[in-house]
Ligand binder design. Structure first.
Ligand SMILES: [Fe+2]
Length: 202
């Protein structure tokens, strides 16, 4: 018995000499990405900037496109929730048009698509949006822009992608990321599901 105890004591003292390592590996951060040229022009935004981009207040028609539920959670690299932060998303409508004066493509804009919305994170860091599955537009693979603002400070500007979309292989911004970073900003949909869960780590 004494021998075992001695061995155990030796192990314990050896452990005490190790540098203090974090118990769990910190979460990898969500990579930031350029805001892009189409952060919605204030004057072109609808008065309605809630988290349901598919229904514009007062509009007769709902947005065209495939409606999805985007569920998210905002945490720091320790995995701790960040509450009461503002999450903004913006994306083009089903025909590829942004709510921006510099978007001069000729396709008519979808008056039923809000194009820009925001949500507040709850005490668990959770937020959600109803929007459409992003579509490609010339030069880009489908993506949803996202920005996180907390107490007046921008914590993150990034873009979310469709996992496995063939356009990702040709997209210069997507290809600039490591595989781990690509995973972090990928939206996955189970078969026949219109819901996706993303984790934003800032
Ligand atoms: Fe974009």
């Amino acid at each position: 018995m004494a021998g075992i105890n001695t061995k155990r004591r030796n192990l314990l003292s050896a452990a005490a000499l190790l540098p203090l390592a974090p118990l769990a590996r910190a979460l990898s951060l969500t990579p930031s990405a350029m805001e892009g040229p189409f952060y919605p022009t204030s004057s072109m935004r609808f008065d309605d900037v809630d988290n349901d981009l598919v229904k514009v207040e007062g509009a007769v028609k709902a947005a065209g496109g495939e409606v999805i539920q985007l569920n998210g959670r905002l945490v720091d690299s320790d995995g701790d929730a960040i509450a009461n932060a503002t999450v903004e998303i913006w994306q083009c409508d089903a025909t590829g048009r942004y709510l921006h004066s510099a978007d001069r493509r000729s396709e008519p804009r979808d008056a039923g698509f809000q194009g820009f919305g925001r949500a507040q994170t709850d005490s668990d860091g959770r937020f959600n949006f109803r929007t459409i599955k992003p579509v490609p537009y010339p030069g880009r693979t489908p993506h949803i822009h996202v920005k996180v603002i907390d107490q007046g400070f921008e914590l993150l500007t990034s873009q979310l992608y469709l996992d496995g979309h063939p356009g990702n292989a040709r997209d210069f911004l997507y290809q600039r990321m490591s595989t781990e970073q690509q995973q972090r900003v990928s939206m996955r949909f189970e078969q026949d599901s219109t819901q996706t869960d993303v984790l934003l780590v800032v």
